[in-house]
Design a protein around this ligand. Structure first.
Ligand SMILES: Cc1cc2nc3c(=O)[nH]c(=O)nc-3n(C[C@H](O)[C@H](O)[C@H](O)COP(=O)(O)OP(=O)(O)OC[C@H]3O[C@@H](n4cnc5c(N)ncnc54)[C@H](O)[C@@H]3O)c2cc1C
Length: 326
């Protein structure tokens, strides 16, 4: 089902040997996909989240959660992940929801495709719709989930900048305690999150935007079916011809997807101009920490980040009802 994994966690860029012009044999071995599941494991398929949490507690330290499996199974085939038990969330129908009645609520196993095709998401949460539409292949969009994309915690995870720019939070549960945290506090490093042993991401929630809000997501990869060299999402809230609020988030330019708060305040209360946006791009370029890896050089990533931020800002501003920026 799955080919060479493009969203591994080798470095900030989200994949491949990093900072090495000539990868050594050992580094290349790290990326060999055997295409078979070598280790034996037991597949557990609970029908409720409570059962999943109980299984996680019973097999503490020996089990992993699986949503769509598009990252996990590749990791197991490459023997980066060895486990005795795989607990699949696939039979828990309540987790597949995409609820748009007030705030947007995305269940842990809602597929990338279901979110990309949701009409309310496409109208009101453009950055997220665009991030999901940008996924490389239909098979991955159908099997892959937004929850899995976040929990895999690749610095290049495409839904992450969009959800950060939309001010999302994640709801985590262990079956015993529940907590809700801002997505901006969720990632701790490549492949790392604040999820503790036995904890599962249950849903993601995104506040409903006001009418004068616009958002946009842009990414650049080497080819269409590849993860990002750089991804950018911007949300702007407009008050007449001025910027009332702005959130800017990037992927594949630091150890985690992250907001660039230093650049967000630059245009607050201002009428956006070409020179103002150019200052925002410069602030972003100064704040990011891109690296060189198989997908791009650090210098190109820095350049691209500035260009994409400017383009995404202009698109978000237009969608917020603002006019052409001169
Ligand atoms: C060919 C190919 C193309 C790809 N293209 C892209 C792309 O364009 N953009 C992109 O961002 N990614 C891409 N990916 C990576 C991958 O498809 C996505 O990250 C996907 O969203 C992962 O979701 P999943 O449901 O398959 O996660 P899984 O593989 O099931 O899980 C991923 C990780 O998260 C954990 N996990 C999953 N759900 C939960 C939960 N609810 N609670 C706690 N932990 C959980 C798992 O234990 C595992 O460690 C691609 C992968 C492949 C193989």
């Amino acid at each position: 089902m799955i080919g060479q994994h493009p969203a591994d966690l080798g470095g900030h860029g989200g994949g491949g040997p990093t900072e090495h012009a000539n990868p050594t044999e050992t580094q290349m071995e790290d990326f060999t996909n055997t295409h078979i599941l070598v280790g034996e494991f037991e597949l557990i398929e609970p029908h409720t989240l409570a059962q999943a949490s109980e299984s996680l507690r019973t097999h503490a330290g020996e089990a992993v959660i699986m949503a769509g499996g598009t990252d996990l199974l590749v990791g197991m085939k490459m023997e980066h992940i060895r486990t005795k038990y795989v607990i699949s969330l696939g039979r828990i129908s309540a987790l597949k929801r995409v609820d748009t009645n007030s705030d947007l609520v995305i269940g842990a196993t809602a597929s990338i495709r279901d979110v990309a095709h949701n009409s309310v998401v496409r109208q009101q949460y453009c950055a997220l719709a665009e991030a999901c539409q940008s996924f490389s292949t239909m098979q991955i969009m159908v099997m892959g989930t937004v929850g899995g994309n976040l929990c895999n915690a690749s610095p290049a995870a495409d839904t992450a900048p969009a959800l950060l720019a939309l001010d999302a939070s994640v709801h985590l549960t262990s079956g015993v305690r529940e907590r809700e945290i801002a997505l901006s506090e969720f990632f701790t490093g490549p492949g790392g999150t604040v999820l503790s042993d036995g904890e599962v991401l249950e849903h993601i929630s995104v506040p409903a935007p006001s009418l004068s809000t616009g958002s946009a997501f842009l990414k650049m990869g080497r080819v269409a079916a590849d993860i990002s060299k750089v991804s950018v999402a911007v949300t702007v809230v407009r008050s007449e011809d001025r910027v009332r609020q702005c959130r800017i988030a990037l992927g594949a330019v630091a150890s985690t997807p992250r907001r660039i708060v230093a650049a967000e305040s630059e245009l607050l209360g201002e009428k956006p101009t070409i020179s103002g946006i150019s200052k925002v791009s410069q602030l972003v370029q100064q704040a990011i920490e891109p690296i060189t890896d198989v997908r791009s050089t650090a210098a190109y990533r820095r350049h691209l980040a500035g260009v994409l931020v400017g383009d995404a800002f202009r698109q978000a501003w237009l969608r917020a009802g603002g006019g052409e920026i001169t």
